[in-house]
Design a binder for this molecule. Sequence first.
Ligand SMILES: [Zn+2]
Ligand SMILES: [Zn+2]
Length: 494
Amino acid sequence: MTRIIGVVAAAALAAACTQTPPERQVIDEAVAAMGGAERIQGVRTLVMEGAGLNGAMGGSATPDAPPNTFKVTDYKRTLDLQNGRMRLQQVRTAQFAFANATVVRQDQRLDGDIAFNVAAPAAGATPAPPQRASEAASQQRRREMLDHPVALLRAALDPAARLGNLRQEDGQQHVDITTAKGDVLTLAIDPTTKLPTHVAHAEYDPNWGDVIVETSFADYEAVGGLQLPKRFTTKTDRFTIADITVARNQADVDAEDLVAPAAVRAAPAPQPPPIEVTVEQVGRGIWWLAGGTHHSVVFEFADHLTIFEVPLTDARTQAVIAKAKTLVPNKPLTHAVVSHHHLDHAGGFRAAVAEGLTIVTHRGNEAFFKEIASRPHTRGRDALTRSPKTPQFQLVDEELTLKDATNEVILYKSNGNIHSGLLLYAWVPRDRTLVQADFYDLNWLQHPWGDNFIENLKAQKLNPARHVPIHGRIQTHAEVVKTLAEKPKAPPQT
Ligand SMILES: [Zn+2]
Ligand SMILES: [Zn+2]
């Protein structure tokens, strides 16, 4: 009996092996619709020229405002599929008030595993040599090479690729592709046209946790025996990161030489700079914790310490918190003021929550930070995943005075600020010390909201003796006013 079942099972297995698995069938249909396996495997290069926009992830004037965007012009993306090379050229123009370069020409390249950037030469200057980019940039660009239906189907046709998990979702057929290199992506295919509609993969973002990055393809046209999309839209979670309309698709163009120069190849991939936290006591019960691009300030009260700003990353904020806890023996750090929701200033929010600090921020940021605290982080671990806690808030409306017998710090909300509509800054009346983030930075190229900064101080009748900033260095008020007078208010017209 057992033997008969065995024979029947073996026969069924043999029959199944001769049939094409359904997920392979779906990919084969897409390959046929796109121009056929021979054409897809034979195409050497794809070049897309066009324009569109780039978007930020959480960068906006307030958490509820639309995200900041950049207009993209002179867009040209070259995929050298034969040699595993890529180049992205584009000019990004900030569509929001910005204090640094508002027009940036990018030239990002990838040769195999080596990512490098070529800076646009300034007028009349000798071009700077190409610079090796980080391992993170290399990984991201390798993944972006697959954000094209031809590149992805080519990867799916590789005998070393694995297909699986065929399913119907939102009226589309979805197949998971594990590439020969081990990347796992989901390709969605229109059941009628058989053309790919989007590719998606899971990623980890230190602030947003588990996210899906999805690139949609639309408006296909026939070019060189292939079907090529004219519209590429990339979303990370709910944020539109790029939306590009291709004016000109080309296949098998002789790609310019995309080989990484020997000097780039020999250079090590740059590492993030080591975390340094310096301490300077700047008044009775006030310390300035600097040493990076974003500083923090610690205020001492009778029975606790409060830190102003938990910036950049888990690691930076953990180092700053550790330093703050050494300032006064046996006095606990209990509160963290977060000036605004921009993630370079609030990138340590989750670390501060993990530390059990009460978050002092504007009421309009509460929902945003509750989301940042509660999103799933299964693809990566941080301080808060290791030590899960629910955030505790002390919310500010127009102002909040933190005061006891030893110290007084008043938190004010800025009014009419175009960079951050809910920006909090701190005033220490005893020392006439002002602590602010992103109201002013002496290193900015221009100060589109410099007048607003001074108007806010006047409205609150503040006459600072000294500015102890989150960006830049400590200055007198006269030095701040002089810097503002010397720098332009608006970016140069191009
Ligand atoms: Zn900001
Ligand atoms: Zn800033």
